[in-house]
Ligand binder design. Structure first.
Ligand code: AQP
Length: 342
Protein backbone atom coordinates (compact mmCIF):
# COMPACT_ATOMS: atom_id res chain seq x y z
CA UNK A 1 0.00 0.00 0.00
CA UNK A 2 1.28 3.49 -0.86
CA UNK A 3 2.07 5.70 2.08
CA UNK A 4 -0.07 8.82 2.34
CA UNK A 5 2.39 11.68 2.53
CA UNK A 6 0.00 14.57 1.82
CA UNK A 7 -0.95 16.93 4.65
CA UNK A 8 -4.20 16.14 6.49
CA UNK A 9 -7.12 18.06 4.87
CA UNK A 10 -7.84 20.17 7.97
CA UNK A 11 -4.33 21.69 8.04
CA UNK A 12 -4.25 25.01 6.18
CA UNK A 13 -0.99 26.03 4.47
CA UNK A 14 0.80 28.69 6.53
CA UNK A 15 -0.05 32.20 5.32
CA UNK A 16 2.84 34.34 4.07
CA UNK A 17 3.71 37.30 6.30
CA UNK A 18 3.14 40.79 4.94
CA UNK A 19 5.72 43.50 4.32
CA UNK A 20 5.11 47.19 3.64
CA UNK A 21 7.64 49.95 3.04
CA UNK A 22 7.95 53.22 1.16
CA UNK A 23 10.36 55.82 -0.13
CA UNK A 24 9.82 59.55 -0.68
CA UNK A 25 10.41 60.99 -4.16
CA UNK A 26 12.23 63.98 -2.66
CA UNK A 27 15.21 63.54 -4.98
CA UNK A 28 17.08 60.61 -6.46
CA UNK A 29 17.47 57.63 -4.13
CA UNK A 30 20.83 57.73 -2.31
CA UNK A 31 23.24 54.99 -1.42
CA UNK A 32 21.83 55.38 2.13
CA UNK A 33 18.24 54.68 1.02
CA UNK A 34 19.50 51.80 -1.07
CA UNK A 35 21.73 50.04 1.48
CA UNK A 36 19.50 50.82 4.45
CA UNK A 37 16.21 49.82 2.87
CA UNK A 38 15.52 49.32 -0.84
CA UNK A 39 18.25 46.77 -1.54
CA UNK A 40 16.57 44.42 0.95
CA UNK A 41 13.10 44.78 -0.53
CA UNK A 42 13.66 42.64 -3.65
CA UNK A 43 14.94 39.48 -1.88
CA UNK A 44 12.04 39.70 0.62
CA UNK A 45 9.53 39.17 -2.21
CA UNK A 46 10.31 35.46 -2.31
CA UNK A 47 9.29 34.82 1.27
CA UNK A 48 6.67 37.49 1.97
CA UNK A 49 3.69 39.23 0.40
CA UNK A 50 5.11 42.70 -0.18
CA UNK A 51 3.67 46.15 -0.87
CA UNK A 52 6.05 48.99 -1.72
CA UNK A 53 5.06 52.59 -2.30
CA UNK A 54 6.49 55.82 -3.64
CA UNK A 55 5.20 58.04 -0.86
CA UNK A 56 4.66 61.36 -2.65
CA UNK A 57 2.14 62.55 -0.05
CA UNK A 58 4.91 62.45 2.55
CA UNK A 59 7.16 64.40 0.19
CA UNK A 60 4.96 67.52 0.23
CA UNK A 61 5.56 68.00 3.96
CA UNK A 62 8.58 69.88 2.61
CA UNK A 63 8.06 72.32 -0.32
CA UNK A 64 8.49 70.61 -3.68
CA UNK A 65 8.65 71.97 -7.20
CA UNK A 66 5.61 70.34 -8.95
CA UNK A 67 7.48 69.51 -12.17
CA UNK A 68 10.39 68.00 -10.25
CA UNK A 69 8.07 66.07 -7.93
CA UNK A 70 6.25 64.54 -10.93
CA UNK A 71 9.55 63.56 -12.58
CA UNK A 72 11.10 62.30 -9.34
CA UNK A 73 8.03 60.16 -8.65
CA UNK A 74 8.29 58.35 -11.99
CA UNK A 75 12.05 58.02 -11.59
CA UNK A 76 11.65 56.66 -8.06
CA UNK A 77 9.11 54.13 -9.34
CA UNK A 78 11.43 53.03 -12.16
CA UNK A 79 14.31 52.81 -9.67
CA UNK A 80 12.22 50.59 -7.43
CA UNK A 81 11.77 48.13 -10.29
CA UNK A 82 15.43 48.53 -11.30
CA UNK A 83 16.39 47.55 -7.73
CA UNK A 84 14.61 44.23 -8.17
CA UNK A 85 11.01 44.84 -7.16
CA UNK A 86 8.95 42.69 -9.50
CA UNK A 87 5.47 44.21 -9.98
CA UNK A 88 4.07 40.73 -10.63
CA UNK A 89 5.28 39.45 -7.26
CA UNK A 90 4.80 42.62 -5.18
CA UNK A 91 2.31 45.46 -5.12
CA UNK A 92 4.26 48.52 -6.26
CA UNK A 93 2.26 51.77 -6.29
CA UNK A 94 2.26 55.54 -5.94
CA UNK A 95 0.77 56.62 -2.62
CA UNK A 96 -1.50 59.43 -3.91
CA UNK A 97 -3.19 56.94 -6.28
CA UNK A 98 -4.65 55.07 -3.31
CA UNK A 99 -7.07 57.34 -1.46
CA UNK A 100 -7.40 55.10 1.60
CA UNK A 101 -4.00 56.32 2.86
CA UNK A 102 -5.21 59.89 3.35
CA UNK A 103 -8.54 58.70 4.76
CA UNK A 104 -7.05 56.41 7.39
CA UNK A 105 -4.39 59.03 8.21
CA UNK A 106 -7.17 61.44 9.24
CA UNK A 107 -8.70 58.83 11.54
CA UNK A 108 -5.32 57.98 13.08
CA UNK A 109 -4.61 61.68 13.65
CA UNK A 110 -7.49 61.57 16.09
CA UNK A 111 -5.81 58.70 17.97
CA UNK A 112 -2.30 60.17 18.08
CA UNK A 113 -1.29 62.53 20.86
CA UNK A 114 0.28 65.94 20.34
CA UNK A 115 3.00 65.00 22.86
CA UNK A 116 3.88 61.84 20.93
CA UNK A 117 4.30 63.73 17.66
CA UNK A 118 6.32 66.46 19.39
CA UNK A 119 8.91 63.87 20.45
CA UNK A 120 9.66 62.66 16.90
CA UNK A 121 13.28 63.45 16.04
CA UNK A 122 12.53 63.71 12.31
CA UNK A 123 10.00 66.47 13.07
CA UNK A 124 12.54 68.29 15.23
CA UNK A 125 15.30 67.94 12.59
CA UNK A 126 13.11 68.94 9.66
CA UNK A 127 11.50 71.87 11.46
CA UNK A 128 14.97 73.17 12.32
CA UNK A 129 16.00 72.75 8.67
CA UNK A 130 12.81 74.31 7.24
CA UNK A 131 12.07 76.91 9.90
CA UNK A 132 9.99 78.97 7.42
CA UNK A 133 7.57 76.09 6.77
CA UNK A 134 6.77 74.12 9.92
CA UNK A 135 3.44 72.89 8.61
CA UNK A 136 0.84 70.59 10.20
CA UNK A 137 1.64 67.86 7.65
CA UNK A 138 5.26 67.75 8.77
CA UNK A 139 4.01 67.34 12.33
CA UNK A 140 1.51 64.58 11.51
CA UNK A 141 3.80 62.77 9.03
CA UNK A 142 3.99 59.75 11.42
CA UNK A 143 0.17 59.26 11.46
CA UNK A 144 0.17 59.08 7.65
CA UNK A 145 3.05 56.62 7.86
CA UNK A 146 1.10 54.58 10.43
CA UNK A 147 -1.85 54.54 8.00
CA UNK A 148 0.41 53.37 5.14
CA UNK A 149 1.57 50.45 7.25
CA UNK A 150 -1.62 49.48 9.11
CA UNK A 151 -3.83 49.43 5.99
CA UNK A 152 -2.16 46.25 4.75
CA UNK A 153 -2.14 44.08 7.91
CA UNK A 154 1.63 44.50 7.81
CA UNK A 155 3.85 42.21 9.89
CA UNK A 156 7.23 43.73 9.03
CA UNK A 157 8.47 47.13 7.84
CA UNK A 158 11.98 47.04 6.30
CA UNK A 159 13.54 50.46 6.95
CA UNK A 160 16.76 52.20 7.93
CA UNK A 161 17.26 52.93 11.62
CA UNK A 162 16.11 56.56 11.27
CA UNK A 163 12.53 55.33 10.80
CA UNK A 164 12.46 53.09 13.89
CA UNK A 165 10.87 55.77 16.08
CA UNK A 166 8.01 56.23 13.58
CA UNK A 167 7.34 52.50 13.55
CA UNK A 168 7.25 52.42 17.33
CA UNK A 169 4.64 55.17 17.16
CA UNK A 170 2.64 53.20 14.55
CA UNK A 171 2.68 50.25 16.98
CA UNK A 172 1.41 52.45 19.82
CA UNK A 173 -1.38 53.86 17.65
CA UNK A 174 -2.42 50.36 16.55
CA UNK A 175 -2.44 49.07 20.13
CA UNK A 176 -4.39 52.09 21.33
CA UNK A 177 -7.03 51.67 18.62
CA UNK A 178 -7.25 47.90 19.23
CA UNK A 179 -7.67 48.55 22.95
CA UNK A 180 -10.56 50.93 22.35
CA UNK A 181 -12.41 49.13 19.54
CA UNK A 182 -11.28 45.46 19.81
CA UNK A 183 -8.66 43.84 17.61
CA UNK A 184 -8.49 45.73 14.29
CA UNK A 185 -4.86 46.34 13.28
CA UNK A 186 -1.94 43.98 13.21
CA UNK A 187 0.90 45.45 15.29
CA UNK A 188 3.92 45.70 12.94
CA UNK A 189 7.61 45.15 13.69
CA UNK A 190 10.53 47.08 12.19
CA UNK A 191 12.98 45.08 10.07
CA UNK A 192 16.35 46.81 10.21
CA UNK A 193 19.48 45.47 8.48
CA UNK A 194 22.55 44.71 10.61
CA UNK A 195 24.83 46.51 8.15
CA UNK A 196 24.02 49.78 6.36
CA UNK A 197 21.10 50.74 8.66
CA UNK A 198 22.48 54.28 8.85
CA UNK A 199 24.81 55.44 6.10
CA UNK A 200 26.34 58.77 6.99
CA UNK A 201 26.94 61.90 4.91
CA UNK A 202 30.25 61.93 3.01
CA UNK A 203 30.88 65.58 3.89
CA UNK A 204 29.85 65.34 7.56
CA UNK A 205 29.98 61.74 8.82
CA UNK A 206 28.15 62.65 12.05
CA UNK A 207 25.01 63.37 9.96
CA UNK A 208 22.78 60.87 8.10
CA UNK A 209 23.18 60.74 4.31
CA UNK A 210 20.01 62.36 2.86
CA UNK A 211 18.78 62.74 -0.70
CA UNK A 212 17.52 66.29 -0.06
CA UNK A 213 20.87 67.53 1.32
CA UNK A 214 21.82 70.80 -0.36
CA UNK A 215 25.43 69.68 -0.77
CA UNK A 216 25.56 67.13 -3.63
CA UNK A 217 28.98 65.93 -2.41
CA UNK A 218 27.40 64.74 0.84
CA UNK A 219 25.53 61.89 -0.84
CA UNK A 220 25.93 59.35 -3.60
CA UNK A 221 22.81 59.18 -5.75
CA UNK A 222 22.12 55.76 -7.21
CA UNK A 223 22.10 57.33 -10.68
CA UNK A 224 25.41 59.19 -10.36
CA UNK A 225 27.91 58.24 -13.08
CA UNK A 226 30.90 56.06 -12.26
CA UNK A 227 33.22 59.10 -12.39
CA UNK A 228 31.02 61.17 -10.11
CA UNK A 229 30.77 58.35 -7.57
CA UNK A 230 34.54 57.92 -7.47
CA UNK A 231 35.08 61.70 -7.19
CA UNK A 232 32.60 61.96 -4.31
CA UNK A 233 34.36 59.18 -2.39
CA UNK A 234 37.76 60.79 -3.03
CA UNK A 235 36.43 63.96 -1.39
CA UNK A 236 34.83 62.14 1.57
CA UNK A 237 35.72 63.62 4.95
CA UNK A 238 37.82 61.23 7.07
CA UNK A 239 40.35 62.08 9.82
CA UNK A 240 43.98 63.07 10.22
CA UNK A 241 45.22 59.53 10.90
CA UNK A 242 46.12 57.11 8.13
CA UNK A 243 44.79 53.84 9.51
CA UNK A 244 41.87 51.97 7.98
CA UNK A 245 40.37 50.50 11.16
CA UNK A 246 36.84 50.50 12.57
CA UNK A 247 37.09 52.42 15.83
CA UNK A 248 35.06 54.87 17.88
CA UNK A 249 35.78 58.45 16.87
CA UNK A 250 36.68 57.53 13.27
CA UNK A 251 33.19 58.35 11.92
CA UNK A 252 34.30 58.97 8.34
CA UNK A 253 36.35 55.77 8.05
CA UNK A 254 33.70 53.73 9.90
CA UNK A 255 31.13 54.93 7.39
CA UNK A 256 33.33 54.09 4.39
CA UNK A 257 34.10 50.67 5.87
CA UNK A 258 30.37 49.97 6.37
CA UNK A 259 29.69 50.96 2.76
CA UNK A 260 32.59 48.88 1.41
CA UNK A 261 31.53 45.90 3.52
CA UNK A 262 27.88 46.22 2.35
CA UNK A 263 28.78 46.18 -1.35
CA UNK A 264 31.62 43.63 -1.29
CA UNK A 265 30.47 41.32 1.51
CA UNK A 266 33.94 41.61 3.14
CA UNK A 267 34.12 41.71 6.95
CA UNK A 268 35.69 44.67 8.78
CA UNK A 269 38.62 42.42 9.67
CA UNK A 270 39.22 41.54 6.02
CA UNK A 271 39.03 45.22 5.06
CA UNK A 272 41.50 46.23 7.77
CA UNK A 273 43.86 43.53 6.54
CA UNK A 274 43.43 44.53 2.87
CA UNK A 275 44.37 48.17 3.57
CA UNK A 276 46.99 47.56 6.23
CA UNK A 277 49.86 50.02 5.63
CA UNK A 278 48.07 51.71 2.71
CA UNK A 279 46.80 55.31 2.82
CA UNK A 280 43.26 56.66 2.76
CA UNK A 281 43.65 57.57 -0.94
CA UNK A 282 43.83 53.90 -1.94
CA UNK A 283 40.96 52.99 0.35
CA UNK A 284 38.65 55.76 -0.90
CA UNK A 285 39.36 54.80 -4.51
CA UNK A 286 38.55 51.16 -3.74
CA UNK A 287 35.26 52.10 -2.04
CA UNK A 288 34.24 54.40 -4.93
CA UNK A 289 35.09 51.80 -7.56
CA UNK A 290 33.26 49.01 -5.69
CA UNK A 291 30.13 51.15 -5.21
CA UNK A 292 30.09 52.30 -8.86
CA UNK A 293 30.46 48.69 -10.01
CA UNK A 294 27.78 47.45 -7.61
CA UNK A 295 25.30 50.06 -8.86
CA UNK A 296 26.01 49.56 -12.57
CA UNK A 297 23.19 47.00 -13.19
CA UNK A 298 20.68 49.24 -11.37
CA UNK A 299 21.67 52.23 -13.54
CA UNK A 300 21.40 50.15 -16.73
CA UNK A 301 18.02 48.68 -15.82
CA UNK A 302 16.76 52.14 -14.84
CA UNK A 303 17.72 53.55 -18.25
CA UNK A 304 15.94 50.67 -19.99
CA UNK A 305 12.75 51.16 -17.92
CA UNK A 306 12.68 54.94 -18.44
CA UNK A 307 12.55 54.25 -22.19
CA UNK A 308 9.28 52.38 -21.68
CA UNK A 309 6.98 54.81 -19.90
CA UNK A 310 3.88 52.91 -21.06
CA UNK A 311 5.08 49.82 -19.19
CA UNK A 312 5.78 51.87 -16.05
CA UNK A 313 2.31 53.43 -16.24
CA UNK A 314 0.67 50.05 -16.60
CA UNK A 315 2.63 48.76 -13.57
CA UNK A 316 1.77 51.64 -11.25
CA UNK A 317 -1.89 51.64 -12.30
CA UNK A 318 -2.17 47.88 -11.66
CA UNK A 319 -0.33 48.34 -8.36
CA UNK A 320 -2.75 51.07 -7.24
CA UNK A 321 -5.76 48.92 -8.11
CA UNK A 322 -4.47 46.00 -6.05
CA UNK A 323 -3.47 48.26 -3.15
CA UNK A 324 -6.89 49.93 -3.12
CA UNK A 325 -8.75 46.61 -3.06
CA UNK A 326 -6.81 45.44 0.02
CA UNK A 327 -6.70 48.72 1.89
CA UNK A 328 -10.40 49.55 1.33
CA UNK A 329 -11.34 46.43 3.30
CA UNK A 330 -9.29 47.66 6.25
CA UNK A 331 -10.69 51.19 6.00
CA UNK A 332 -14.28 49.86 5.94
CA UNK A 333 -13.56 47.80 9.03
CA UNK A 334 -12.19 50.88 10.81
CA UNK A 335 -15.13 53.09 9.76
CA UNK A 336 -17.58 50.46 10.99
CA UNK A 337 -15.85 50.22 14.37
CA UNK A 338 -15.86 54.00 14.72
CA UNK A 339 -19.61 54.21 14.09
CA UNK A 340 -19.42 55.86 10.66
CA UNK A 341 -22.51 55.08 8.56
CA UNK A 342 -21.32 52.97 5.61
N1 AQP B 1 21.35 57.43 5.43
C1 AQP B 1 20.56 56.36 5.47
N2 AQP B 1 21.05 55.14 5.79
C2 AQP B 1 20.26 54.04 5.82
N3 AQP B 1 18.94 54.08 5.51
C3 AQP B 1 18.40 55.27 5.17
N4 AQP B 1 17.16 55.64 4.82
C4 AQP B 1 17.15 56.98 4.58
N5 AQP B 1 18.36 57.49 4.76
C5 AQP B 1 19.17 56.46 5.13
C6 AQP B 1 16.03 54.73 4.67
O1 AQP B 1 15.55 54.86 3.34
C7 AQP B 1 14.15 54.59 3.33
C8 AQP B 1 13.43 55.63 2.52
O2 AQP B 1 13.57 56.88 3.18
P1 AQP B 1 12.59 58.07 2.84
O3 AQP B 1 12.82 58.53 1.48
O4 AQP B 1 11.19 57.63 3.08
O5 AQP B 1 12.85 59.19 3.91
P2 AQP B 1 14.09 59.60 4.75
O6 AQP B 1 14.36 58.58 5.80
O7 AQP B 1 13.81 60.99 5.27
O8 AQP B 1 15.28 59.61 3.68
P3 AQP B 1 16.15 60.82 3.16
O9 AQP B 1 17.00 60.33 2.05
O10 AQP B 1 16.84 61.48 4.33
O11 AQP B 1 15.05 61.77 2.55
P4 AQP B 1 14.87 63.33 2.76
O12 AQP B 1 16.19 63.95 2.44
O13 AQP B 1 13.78 63.74 1.84
O14 AQP B 1 14.48 63.52 4.20
C9 AQP B 1 13.70 54.54 4.80
O15 AQP B 1 13.52 53.19 5.16
C10 AQP B 1 14.85 55.14 5.55
O16 AQP B 1 14.98 54.58 6.85
Amino acid sequence: MQENISAPKSEKPEKKKIIFSGIQPTGVMTLGNYLGAVRNWGPLQEEYNCAYSIVNMHAITVRQNPKELRENTIKAYALLLACGIDPKKSIAFIQSHVKTHAELAWVLNCYTQFGELSRMTQFKDKSAKHADNINAGLFTYPSLMAADILLYNTDLVPVGIDQKQHIELARNIAERFNGLYSNTFKVPEPYIPKLGAKIMSLSDPTKKMSKSDENPNSFVAILDSEDTIIKKFKRAVTDSEAEVVYREGKDGINNLMSIYSSVTGKSFEEIEHEFDGRGYGDFKLAVGTAVAEHLRPVREEFARLMDDKAYLEQCYKDGAEKALAISQRMLDKVYKKLGFVL
